[in-house]
Design a protein around this ligand. Structure first.
Ligand code: 3H9
Length: 709
């Protein structure tokens, strides 16, 4: 082949991750940057050089397509913490937009962030039916900085673009087609993608179709003004409280709208770049990016490699159809796994199944699923009052009352009933998994799977490894946990595992502060203002004040017991630490409770004083850090970041502070330790005894978040 032929057909490797191929008259620009084709510098360079080569070749059209499991999934997040590496993304995007030949993006998998922003610079987008499209930068504390805030609203209109960018959640191919984000769905399988995209590109060239640039389309921005932006701000205020990025995203879209009037697209892009710069490197963005990798690290268990054998789960058994068991069952039905749900009598079973149905119907009423889905999912639940029906289950989850002898009894029965090799999980939130396992002849199959309430909603799942738990049982629990949409975190056996053990310590201090003179509302407000969805007392009221309370042994030994003894059950009967409006569930402080607390304190000789908000903050948060450090030191958690993942997903610790371990690092471990020592000396109690690990790391300048046990 002569040199001229070569440049005409321009095939070959452009950079290490981008190559050019030909399908007759169509050039294929192929990205191959595993695992998820992120926009590393060599991909950006490949886009620029590949577009130039394809444009100067004799190809009539160009298709941008990716190898592997997905279209470009965004910028390379690992580059964010390094000095910028040239080239920028813009020249590649401009080369696509301004190309003299039709450019088609062929999308499969997840086209996210910078990946979608690249696709938005193609003249056309086609996809297979399973493809997803999103701008998830908000989850990293950022905003779409590759023109997404300017281009997406021009296609979908500002309202939908704002929703997509502020939630960060992707949309599917049919929705993308309906809103004009893509031009065509070219089939269902990967094999359809290339053929469909090439055919589309060829047609665009043959018919000499106009090559639309999204930047030139302003019509969808018209009519969206101050009023609509204000309404959107109001609609997201609650769910985005404390986060900086959502407001910045709105400002970018405001810039898109205001600059469109004068046709100055570049001015909109400049506004986006400036506002993006305000977020990049901010403490929230750093924390959220730390969290992104923390969540992925939590999936990995060093001595349980990816290829560890797992139990194939064709049917799940759940013992207990109460709030917890029913919620757990929904997770499996949601992904099409049949469930055998066993209760002790017909009435409880009926009640449990009715609650599940009501939950599904509520989701359907909100448009989350169809009414057919409700029935399909309900059909997957087989109710029974006979534990013998667990015989064909591959995974058993026990969700009965928190009582050791009851649990042991149940596990002894499961040992007789369940088939060999089935994974036997307990949903205990605190009890000793080794002791539960000892009731069986197969402790290697016993594992903890601690779901958080409400179990169909909360993403947190603690997978508890007993002394004898096999790698297969761990691998199975971790992987099924991920499949049902949870964030599984592995932990060892101790009272309360990672999450509740830390929570107990906050509870001790919160209770004590009430006696000293703080009110439930004051403590809750400080914790809420820190960024939690609610404070400790509101949380107890929500969960039910009587959870774990035993009327037979209750001895007025805590305020909580006193409240329970006086008939207060929390939100469920409208009275707990607060009084609840039966219709709105709005809470108001209750003077009667204040009096009960005062009486309780004076009986114990506790002197009343003013407790400041600053003290409340320290006494609610530092015991969490101290206990987290102890948990790490004991090897109960594998990594500091696992503790953070647990607290963010399980208790609503504000993600933008990275979790308790990361947050303590940011404050400075020396300072945190000083305050813990101060409280150890002034208040005392085991939970204030400084963690030796914290002392060591503070002395060495180490990090709790990066600590691996
Ligand atoms: C952006 O685009 C900014 C622009 O607006 C500005 C442009 C100028 N970077 O999740 P997985 C790694 S911001 C680096 O387990 P899955 C991940 O750590 C970006 N690495 O797979 C993991 O590594 P390891 C906007 C990344 O199949 C491996 O890939 N985009 C990135 O469950 C597999 O990941 C996003 O925020 C990345 N961007 O899910 C998308 N993404 O194996 C973020 C992944 O060593 N990514 N890795 O643990 C995702 O949401 C999921 O990874 C995805 C695949 C859905 C793509």
């Amino acid at each position: 082949m002569t040199q001229q032929d070569q440049s005409q057909t321009a095939e070959g490797q452009i950079t290490e991750s981008v190559r050019l191929e030909r399908r007759d008259d169509v050039a294929l620009l192929i990205v191959n940057n595993p695992p998820v084709n992120v926009l590393s510098y060599h991909v950006r360079q490949g886009l620029i050089d590949g577009m130039a080569a394809a444009e100067s070749s004799d190809a009539s059209a160009i298709v941008l397509i990716c190898d592997g499991r997905t279209f470009i999934a965004g910028a390379d997040i690992t580059e964010f913490s390094q000095p910028p590496k040239p080239p920028a993304l813009v020249p590649g995007q401009e080369a696509m937009e301004n190309c003299s030949k039709p450019v088609v993006a062929a999308i499969h998998g997840t086209s996210l962030g910078g990946g979608l922003e690249v696709a938005l610079c193609a003249h056309f987008r086609v996809a297979i039916s399973s493809a997803q499209f999103g701008l998830p930068e908000v989850k990293l504390g950022l905003l779409p900085g590759g023109g997404g805030t300017q281009r997406l609203p021009r296609i979908t209109g500002p309202q939908r673009a704002l929703e997509m960018m502020v939630s960060g959640d992707p949309i599917g191919a049919s929705e993308a087609l309906e809103c004009g984000l893509i031009n065509e769905i070219v089939g269902d399988s990967l094999a359809d993608l290339e053929a469909g995209a090439v055919a589309f590109a060829r047609r665009a060239a043959a018919e000499n179709m106009p090559r639309p640039r999204i930047r030139d389309r302003n019509e969808r921005l018209e009519g969206f003004g101050t009023e609509q932006f204000a309404a959107f701000r109001a609609s997201i205020a609650r769910r985005t409280r404390g986060f900086e990025a959502p407001e910045r995203i709105i400002r970018c879209v405001e810039a898109a709208v205001s600059t469109a009037a004068s046709g100055d697209f570049e001015a909109g892009l400049a506004a986006e770049a400036r506002i993006f710069g305000e977020l990049m490197g901010s403490s929230q963005a750093n924390a959220q990016q730390y969290y992104f990798f923390a969540e992925r690290a939590a999936q990995k268990v060093p001595d349980v490699p990816r290829d560890t054998s797992q139990v194939d789960i064709a049917r799940v058994g759940i013992l207990g159809a109460g709030t917890m068991g029913g919620g757990i069952a929904m997770n499996f039905a949601n992904i099409g796994i049949p469930v055998t749900l066993v209760e002790r009598d017909e009435a409880s079973l009926e009640r449990g199944l009715a609650v599940v149905r009501r939950n599904y119907e509520r989701t359907a009423a909100r448009g989350g699923i169809s009414s057919d889905d409700v029935q399909t999912r309900m059909d997957l639940l087989r109710g029974s009052t006979d534990m013998g029906d667990f015989a064909d289950c591959d995974l058993m989850i026990e969700a009965v009352f928190e009582n050791m002898s009851l649990k042991k009894d149940v596990f002894a029965q499961l040992d007789d009933i369940c088939k060999p090799g089935a994974v036997l999980a307990t949903n205990t939130s605190a009890l000793n998994v080794n002791e539960i396992a000892s009731a069986t002849s197969r402790p290697q199959d016993v594992v903890g799977m601690h779901f958080f309430s409400p179990a169909n909603v909360m993403r947190m799942l603690e997978v508890v490894r007993g002394d004898a738990t096999s790698r297969t049982a761990i691998a199975t629990a971790m992987s099924i946990g991920k499949r049902i949409g949870k964030t599984p975190v592995l932990c060892g056996v101790c009272h309360g595992f990672i999450g509740n053990r830390m929570l107990f310590m906050r509870g001790v201090e919160a209770d004590q502060m009430l006696l000293e003179g703080a009110t439930p509302a004051q403590v809750d407000k400080v914790v809420y203002d820190f960024g939690f969805p609610m404070g400790p007392f509101a949380m107890r009221d929500l969960a039910g004040l009587d959870v774990g309370w035993n009327p037979d042994t209750s001895s007025s030994s805590t305020v909580r017991e006193v409240l329970c003894e006086s008939g207060r059950r929390g939100q469920k009967n409208g009275r707990g630490y607060y009084i609840y409006d039966p219709d709105t569930r709005a809470s108001t402080p209750d003077p009667e409770v204040t009096q009960m607390i005062r009486d309780f304190a004076s009986e114990r000789g506790v002197t009343l004083r003013e407790v400041t908000d600053a003290e409340i903050g320290e006494r609610c948060l530092y015991p969490i850090v101290n206990e987290g450090a102890k948990i790490l030191d004991e090897g109960i958690a594998l990594r500091g970041s696992d503790v953070d993942v647990t607290w963010i997903n399980g208790y609503g610790w504000p993600m933008y502070t990275g979790g308790p371990m990361y947050w303590a690092d940011e404050i400075g471990l020396g300072e945190v330790l000083d305050r813990i020592r101060h409280y150890d000396q002034t208040l005392g109690g085991d939970h204030w005894t400084p963690s030796p690990l914290l002392e060591r790391l503070a002395a060495e300048g180490g990090s709790l978040a990066r600590y691996e046990s």
